[in-house]
Design a protein around this ligand. Structure first.
Ligand code: AMP
Length: 188
C-alpha cells in the first residue's frame, strides 16, 4: 500500500493553470461549458511544470505504467510516462485499436460509449496510473479502470488536470477504487 496523503499540489501551479483554461459556452452542444486546455499545451514552461507534478503523483502511488484516455489524456500521459521512464498505454474509443482488446461500455447522459485497451499491454501485477485532462461524471475514467481490473492489473491512482467538482466524479472513482488516490490539479 502506497501512502501519498502527504502529496499536495503547488498552489502557484494551480493558480496559473486555473487562469490558463479557456471556457467555451455551448460547445460542442447547448448547455456544455467546454474547458479548452489548448492554451496550457501552447505554454511550454507551464506544460513542463504540469508534467513534473503529474509524474510526482504517479511516483508517489507506485505506478509502473501510465494509461492516458483518448484523446487529451494522451497529451498529458505520454510526457508523464517519459518523465518517469515508464510504459505508456492508450485507452481508446471503440474501433480504433487492433488486436485482442479489453472493453468496457459505460453510460452517457444520452446513450453509451465504450473504451478499449490492448490486452497485451495489461498484465497482472501492473500498477496503472490513469491520466486524463478532465473529470466530469467520472464515467470514462471508471470504465478505463474497470478494464484494467478485469485483466488483473491494479489501479494505482488517477490524475486530472481539471475536475468539475459539482458532478462528483472524483467521489464516484474513490467509491469504486478506494485504494487509488484521485488527484485533480484544479477543481472548479
Ligand atoms: P466523464 O466521463 O463524464 O468524466 O467525462 C470526461 C471526458 O469527457 C474527458 O475525456 C473530457 O475530456 C471530456 N469532457 C467532459 N466534459 C467536458 C468539458 N466540460 N470540457 C472539456 N472536456 C470535457
Amino acid at each position: 500500500m502506497f501512502d501519498d496523503r502527504s502529496y499536495s499540489v503547488d498552489p502557484d501551479l494551480q493558480k496559473t493553470l486555473a487562469e490558463a483554461f479557456d471556457d467555451h459556452i455551448d460547445f460542442p452542444k447547448p448547455g456544455i461549458v467546454f474547458k479548452d486546455i489548448c492554451p496550457v499545451l501552447a505554454n511550454a514552461e507551464l506544460m513542463r511544470r504540469l508534467v513534473v507534478e503529474t509524474a510526482a503523483q504517479a511516483k508517489a502511488c507506485g505506478a509502473t505504467k501510465i494509461i492516458g484516455i483518448e484523446s487529451r489524456g494522451f497529451l498529458l500521459g505520454v510526457p508523464t510516462a517519459l518523465e518517469l521512464a515508464l510504459p505508456f498505454v492508450p485507452a481508446r474509443k471503440k474501433g480504433k485499436l487492433p488486436g485482442e482488446l479489453l472493453r468496457q461500455t459505460y453510460a452517457l447522459e444520452y446513450g453509451e460509449d465504450t473504451v478499449e485497451i490492448q490486452r497485451r499491454a495489461v498484465n497482472s501485477g501492473d500498477r496503472f496510473f490513469v491520466v486524463d485532462d478532465l473529470i466530469a461524471t467520472g464515467g470514462t475514467a471508471e470504465a478505463t479502470a474497470l478494464c484494467l481490473q478485469q485483466a488483473g492489473a491494479e489501479v494505482a491512482g488517477f490524475s486530472f488536470l481539471l475536475e468539475l467538482g459539482f458532478l462528483s466524479g472524483a467521489e464516484k472513482l474513490s467509491g469504486a477504487f478506494p485504494r487509488a488516490p484521485v488527484h485533480s490539479i484544479v477543481t472548479v
